[in-house]
Design a protein around this ligand. Structure first.
Ligand SMILES: Nc1ncnc2c1ncn2[C@@H]1O[C@H](COP(=O)(O)OP(=O)(O)OP(=O)(O)O)[C@@H](O)[C@H]1O
Length: 465
């Protein structure tokens, strides 16, 4: 049903947008460069729906904005129909997760905005906007203001505003993720139905998502992005016949395959070139101790092994909810993940089955050995005169690799993990970290382990990089 007429008739692939060896770095908070995209090459063809899928922070939005010409690549180039971009891409329009509507304008005026910017006359604008409003099911709401509309209706305005420009390629940045499940499904189906209409002017859809199910439902091709910095980890053609049934074996096999890729190790990313894990190269995944304990408990209850897509389904989780927990559990060696299956390790089993005090001690050992930022904090506190340091000390350290927002996230996670392991305490009023006696007991073990040839990598001094 959703095979585009262009592909059905010609079977040929004509490039609309080419991303050619694009890398992008931003300036971090202290002025050093923060690589976000690494050598990305991809092509968006006529007649296809492409999904860009990756974990949070893998650079999906940055890549989409680079394709739109809103962000200039640091190196490499983006071409639209063979011509190198030098500013906004004239052949694309964007739909945003947050709708990005002007609250003081009516639906009609919001939809006309882009046409106005292109200098289109009033009468032509009105007609085009009315057609787009009609096509996307907003008929009767022309004079309404965004505040009068539900989330689903607002996103319809977002689509109408993009489609009225008759873009060659429609770029969508998580367009359904702010909507409730039914509204999102409804809008997805309507988009697919527009897509298959012979007179639909848009030749390519490119959607950024962190939802594997959505990617497999919509896309002809899924590009899986890896992180640190963002790179293309795999390209998966989706051969599931349309209309797609989520319960069909081919659909489930595609979801499983992508789960395996997303949760599996990177074969050749820039991150893996760095052999020694440190707080600047190996960020802590955004997982609370409570969340980690919950995940380990569930895997334990499944006899120590569980299928990840099934688990996500069971918990009604999005991949973005589950992946940081999985990353944290594998970082701490509590779980191992292979081919979309999670296995409880001996360490995970021991942690889960121990009494509270022992489980805290085990956790303290795991985080000091395997969580680079926690290790750095403990070692820095140990080296300070009185076992205390201001949190700003660590902010300064992290500024070399993270944005201000990410610095706070990293500190919050490290403090949560360190406190639970009773390694250090934190006085939020004065922003001070205080070493505990537990840490003093863990540190000799740490030093001994670091001396062993295969012991944990020791690069966690406060001045490390
Ligand atoms: N303008 C900017 N300046 C500095 N850093 C930025 C900027 N834009 C993005 N980043 C950083 O680039 C990284 C990738 O961000 P991006 O939003 O592209 O990822 P994403 O995969 O879309 O994530 P999410 O799914 O959470 O939206 C993040 O670490 C982010 O903090």
């Amino acid at each position: 049903m959703a095979t585009h007429p262009l592909l059905a008739t010609t079977g040929e692939q004509t490039a609309i947008v080419e991303v050619d060896h694009v890398s992008k770095s931003f300036l971090s908070a202290d002025g050093t460069t923060l690589p976000v995209l690494d050598d990305i090459t991809l092509t968006l063809h006529e007649g296809e729906i492409v999904a860009l899928l990756g974990k949070s922070g893998s650079g999906k939005s940055t890549l989409l904005r680079t394709i739109a010409g809103l962000i200039a690549p640091t190196t490499g180039e983006v071409r639209y129909r063979g011509t190198r971009l030098n500013g906004a891409n004239p052949g694309v329009a964007m739909v945003f997760q947050s709708f990005a509507l002007m609250p003081w304008l009516t639906v009609q005026d919001n939809v006309e905005l882009g046409l106005q910017a292109r200098g289109i006359g009033e009468r032509q604008r009105r007609t085009a906007a009315l057609n787009a409003i009609d096509a996307i099911g907003l008929d009767g709401f022309e004079t309404a203001y965004p505040r009068e509309l539900s989330g689903g209706m607002r996103q319809r305005v977002g689509f109408a505003r993009a489609l009225v420009l008759q873009p060659d390629a429609l770029l969508m940045d998580e367009p359904f993720s702010a909507l409730d499940v039914l509204t999102a499904e409804n809008l997805r189906n309507e988009l697919l139905s527009l897509w298959t209409h012979a007179d639909f002017p848009t030749r390519c859809l490119c959607i950024v998502t962190h939802n594997i199910d959505e990617a497999v439902l919509l896309a002809d091709r899924v590009l899986v992005l890896g992180s640190n910095p963002g790179h293309v980890k795999a390209e998966i053609p989706i051969h599931v016949p349309r209309p797609r049934d989520r319960r069909s074996p081919t659909f489930e096999a595609a979801v499983d395959q992508i789960y395996g890729i997303l949760t599996g190790r990177d074969e050749n990313p820039a991150a893996e070139r760095v052999t020694t894990p440190g707080p600047l190269t190996h960020p802590l995944p955004a997982a609370s101790v409570g969340g980690l304990a919950g995940l380990v408990e569930i895997v334990y209850a499944h006899n120590g092994q569980t299928d990840l897509p099934d688990l996500a389904d069971e918990l009604s989780f999005d991949v973005d909810d589950l992946l940081p927990l999985l990353d944290a559990a594998t970082m701490l060696r509590l779980l191992e993940v292979e081919s979309a299956q999670a296995f409880l390790t001996d360490a995970g089993r021991a942690w889960y089955t121990a009494d509270i005090q022992t489980s805290k001690q085990l956790f303290a050992h795991h985080v000091v050995e395997h969580a680079p930022l926690v290790r750095t904090i403990v070692k820095a506190l140990e080296n300070s005169d009185d076992g205390t340091l201001r949190d700003d000390f660590f902010r300064d350290l992290l500024r070399r690799a993270y944005t201000t927002e990410d610095i706070e996230k990293q500190l919050t996670i490290a403090i949560d993990w360190g406190r639970y392991g009773e390694l250090f305490d934190y006085d939020a009023d004065i922003g001070e970290l205080i070493l505990t006696e537990v840490a003093a007991a863990v540190i000799p073990h740490l030093a001994a382990a670091a001396d062993e040839p295969d012991g944990p990598h020791d690069q966690a001094g406060p001045a490390d990089g």
